[in-house]
Design a protein around this ligand. Sequence first.
Ligand SMILES: C=CC1=C(C)c2cc3[nH]c(cc4nc(cc5[nH]c(cc1n2)c(C)c5CCC(=O)O)C(CCC(=O)O)=C4C)c(C)c3C=C
Ligand code: FE2
Ligand code: FE2
Length: 327
Amino acid sequence: MTETGVKKTGVLLVNLGSPASPKTGDVRRFLREFLGDPRVVNLPRPLWWLILNLFVLPFRPKKSAHAYQSIWTEQGSPLIVFTEKLTAKLQDLGGAGDSHLLIDCAMRYGKPALREKLQNFKKQGVDEIVILPLYPQYSSTTTASIFDVVAEEFVSWRHMPGLHFISDFHQHPSYIEALAQSVRQHWQANGQAELLLLSFHGLPAKLTEWGDPYFHQCQTTGRLLAEQLGLNDHQWKLVFQSRFGKAEWLKPYCVEVLQELPKQDVKNVDVICPGFSVDCLETLEEIAIANQEIFLAAGGETYRYIPCLNDSDAHVEVMLDLIKTVH
Ligand SMILES: C=CC1=C(C)c2cc3[nH]c(cc4nc(cc5[nH]c(cc1n2)c(C)c5CCC(=O)O)C(CCC(=O)O)=C4C)c(C)c3C=C
Ligand SMILES: [Fe+2]
Ligand SMILES: [Fe+2]
């Protein structure tokens, strides 16, 4: 509690995280932590332990390290740099005249560690904590995994603060409007392609049967964004990217659609990734570089990637609106 008796609130933006560096060893450490999370891979533990240690960790890190090297910046991983810049802007705008509001960010895997940031809030004597996962659409593999760590940390706290957990914002009007504004700006600068492709990170298809609402939330985001932009059904399409492993994932697969489109005489596309709050490996390397090459090789002519909301003012407004809904 502050001297004036006003409640002190800590707001934590939480993102997935990145390796400490794009070197193979650091990428292996990161993938071991990430892929070892039972929320991310649901297989029976002993079976997955064998697959992970015999077939994934000896090979995947080298390939992923190469991909990370292609997007790494002087300041570090784009995902962490953008998340930190967004947080800094939010501190300036939202935190300023509101000294009882502490705003910070953390990563679910790697550093800055989520539990350390929660302990910081504890030291500062917060009365309430707002956890804001930077995943617009809820998934058990991402959002729930953040909750698991928060819950684990609280086990050892004698005095647990109030807790607000923002489980998704897939249809929040500010988020939809910020996306629409970003698309309109892109069209003004580059012209409008025949098709707007909305690409979301994929998931094993079984998770939807088991009750994960991610697929439906992606569809809702897509429909609302298309409505906001006044697009008819032929002018946009929703796809899923970043398939991992051999199981069936959510469809349609982004890569397959990009290979088919030129055959259907659709040769110009704009691509946006509304399921990612900030640009990262999966958008900058996979979508903006690798998938562009696939589309052009299949006969496509223009392929333009629309960046994530990143640290834009519109994104800061989305975050402030979300915090206002609970604080
Ligand atoms: C079983 C595997 C995976 C599931 C399920 C999964 C879900 C999922 N992931 C994101 C967001 C991101 N994933 C990122 C990287 C990444 N994802 C997987 C696997 C699964 N993701 C791997 C193995 C990797 C590492 C890179 C690689 O080897 O390909 C990232 C980027 C991190 C960065 O540092 O830039 C993000 C972001 C979501 C939203 C999601 C489910 C909805
Ligand atoms: Fe306040
Ligand atoms: Fe992922």
